[in-house]
Design a protein around this ligand. Structure first.
Ligand SMILES: N[C@@H](CCC(=O)N[C@@H](CS)C(=O)NCC(=O)O)C(=O)O
Length: 245
């Protein structure tokens, strides 16, 4: 087996999804933490060379670099070990779970009365400085600045926020429908879809959404996911406050 290294950030939801897939596959891997919050290591030249979008996670497998969480978990699935491929719905679940706006769910509770999210404003200032200091990253940082402006506007738009919360609740309802017929999200066996759903449900628990699924099959499903050894081994975060994320 080639050496596997995961560059990740402990609380990042995408990192948790990738760690769950690696642990469930049973392959040994080394973790290299990338601080994406305080020291912004994702913009360091050596890391951007690995991951040109400057995000976590990144998987190094031998000499090969794999980015994008869905690519990463599918690459992990192709390694020798338990079959995590699930049924024909797996890839669609991965896309739907990844498509939620996790930033809105988190920062909607970190806004001042006028809808300003101080952390997102200061992130914008940081990106402005980075643009001056690192002209080599201009394309990347300008795109990030655009995203930051859109995000700041969205956080002032109560209806827009509500639409993202409703889309999240709708996805949880879809989990419940699937789990009414079968024990795992994509069929009779544990799959990559369950790695994604587990990390998402853990995050929703921190956001106080657990009531949404209290009387549905999602409740016992999530209980089973938490009992799997992978939940602790992959350091899935479901306790603590939103401030810790
Ligand atoms: N599409 C990417 C998204 C990765 C992503 O957005 N990662 C976040 C953490 S969950 C990140 O690294 N953020 C760093 C930043 O915003 O500067 C993937 O699936 O890997």
């Amino acid at each position: 087996m080639q050496d596997l290294t995961l560059y990740d950030h402990p609380g990042s939801i995408c990192s948790q999804m990738a760690r769950l897939a690696l642990v469930e596959k049973g392959v040994p891997f080394t973790r290299i933490p990338i601080d994406i919050m305080e020291t912004n290591q994702q913009f360091e030249p050596w890391y951007v060379a690995l991951n040109p979008k400057a995000v976590v996670p990144t998987l190094k497998i031998g000499d090969r670099i794999v980015t994008d969480t869905i690519n990463i978990v599918n690459t992990v699935q192709a390694l020798p070990g338990p079959d995590l491929s699930g049924d024909e719905t797996t890839q669609s679940w991965l896309k739907r779970i990844m498509a939620l706006h996790y930033g809105v769910l988190l920062y909607r509770n970190r806004r001042d009365a006028d809808g300003t999210a101080p952390q997102i404003v200061s992130r914008g200032r940081y990106l402005e400085q980075l643009l001056q200091q690192r002209p080599d990253l201009a394309t990347l940082v300008e795109a990030r600045l655009d995203g930051n402006r859109r995000f700041q506007a969205l956080l002032k738009d109560a209806d827009g926020i509500e639409r993202h919360v409703a889309a999240t609740r709708d996805l949880v309802d879809q989990f419940a429908k699937a789990l009414d017929r079968q024990p795992f999200l994509a069929g009779k066996t544990y799959s990559l879809a369950d790695c994604f759903a587990t990390a998402a449900l853990a995050r929703f628990t921190i956001h106080g959404f657990a009531d949404w699924w209290a009387d549905t099959p999602v409740d016992s499903y999530y209980g089973r996911m938490k009992q799997r050894a992978s939940f602790a081994a992959a350091e899935v975060v479901e306790t603590g406050t939103e401030r810790d994320l």
